[in-house]
Design a protein around this ligand. Structure first.
Ligand code: PLP
Length: 390
């Protein structure tokens, strides 16, 4: 059978390989503790699940959904933007529900990139930005994220000839995998850069509601004029512990929202309507659950950070995201280290290299595991030191 070149060009999807290794270890009887994938251990809040159950009983929700979702969902998204960010958006023209942010991010490449175009993609980054560009036949220009720059790309270093060919700029703050955050000044700089070069700013804000120490991440759409050049992606996955239900949204520049709708309407048939009712319940219902959940992640963060430092890793506790991004001692590659930790301690971490070359020398740990697992991992690591390389 002859497969397409784009399939042949794909690296293995990071978490597929990690799941395979965990399964192999568990089959040998090991008590594997996973800090791997960022998939909340806590359940979807009960009121949201109740909305699903009620909606599932309604025959109207058993039929094909519309690609652009229920009008009530688009209004709920617009209402949430007004409440959370003080940003007014038109639910008819500036909002598009998604089957999870990943779906919208992948399809965005088909809506905004032609073969030979350039996509500006941070390195390290969520792998779907670059995969989407590759599917669209576009080229990826990597923007290094360096610890010394707070893991923000230096937009001034991009050569003018690259800026001229670039069609989209991907940014993601609070950031996966580094846990870094961007302040308003950086968002203003990014908007100005995109206006100057006529580049569409694709801002992945999936972690805006997972934040600690009183920090409230901004929306890029709060920057004056951003709606002319930016689309922001959100996900209910991490916000409301809804990874399994698959719902997110794109909000922003009306022509871009329409283009994404056109691609999607040819490829998918929208979000199952009962799940749209969950999303409405989540976005319009009480939000106090978020503070309680964030307090749990914050406590886990504060428990784990000192132990990671004690074993020899270097890291800054994140202000947002469920991720710890830790620098390895000299000489280790992230793949070697992750393998050693799995072999010696039955602990799974994500090798930074899986997020691009710029992730080499780091590992990512997700705080989305039960407290009891975290505690066992802490016990296993306490008193251990990473052996020097060489
Ligand atoms: N964007 C980033 C940066 C992510 O880390 C993830 C999931 O891990 C997603 C998007 C995908 O979110 P969703 O579950 O809504 O598809």
């Amino acid at each position: 059978m002859r497969l397409s070149q784009r399939v042949a060009n794909l690296p293995p999807y990071l978490f597929v390989e990690i799941s395979r290794r965990i399964a192999a270890k568990r089959a040998q009887g090991a008590d594997v503790i996973s800090f791997g994938i960022g998939d909340p251990d806590l359940p979807t809040p009960p009121a949201i699940v109740e909305a699903l159950i009620a909606a599932a009983r309604e025959p109207a929700n058993h039929r094909y959904p519309e690609t652009d979702g229920l009008p009530a969902l688009r209004r709920a998204i617009a209402g949430w933007y007004a409440m959370r960010f003080g940003v007014e958006v038109d639910p008819e023209r500036e909002v598009l529900p998604l089957i999870g942010a990943k779906e919208g991010i992948g399809h965005a490449a088909l809506a905004f990139l032609d073969p030979g175009d350039v996509a500006l993609v941070p390195d390290p980054a969520y792998p779907v930005y670059a995969a989407g560009a590759m599917f669209a036949g576009a080229l990826t220009y990597p923007l290094p994220l360096r610890a010394e720059d707070g893991f923000l790309p230096d937009l001034r270093r991009i050569p003018p000839e690259v800026c001229r060919r670039a069609r989209v700029l991907w940014l993601n703050y609070p950031n996966n995998p580094t846990g870094a955050t961007a302040d308003r000044a950086f968002l203003e700089e990014a908007v100005a850069f995109c206006r100057r070069w006529d580049i569409l700013l694709l801002y992945d804000n999936c972690y805006s509601e997972v934040a600690y120490d009183g920090y409230r991440p901004p929306s890029v759409l709060q920057v004056p004029g951003a709606k002319g050049v930016a689309v922001e992606f959100h996900s209910l996955s991490k916000t409301y512990n809804m990874t399994g239900w698959r719902v997110g949204m794109a909000v922003g520049a009306a022509p871009a929202i329409h283009a994404l709708f056109q691609i999607k309407s040819n490829l998918d048939s929208g979000i199952p309507q009962a799940i749209q009712h969950m999303a409405i319940a989540a976005l319009t219902g009480p939000q106090d659950y978020l503070a309680d959940r964030n307090a749990i992640y914050q406590r886990r963060r504060d428990r784990l950070v000192p132990v990671l430092r004690q074993i020899g890793l270097t890291l800054v506790p994140p202000k947002a995201t469920p991720y710890l991004w830790a620098r390895l001692p000299q000489g280790y590659t992230s793949g070697e280290f992750a393998t050693m930790l799995l072999e010696e301690k039955d602990i799974v971490v994500t090798p930074g290299r899986g997020y691009g070359e710029g992730g080499e020398g780091f590992i990512r740990l997700s705080l989305t595991l039960p407290d009891a697992d975290l505690e066992r991992a802490v016990q296993r690591l306490t008193g251990w030191r990473i052996p020097p390389k060489g």
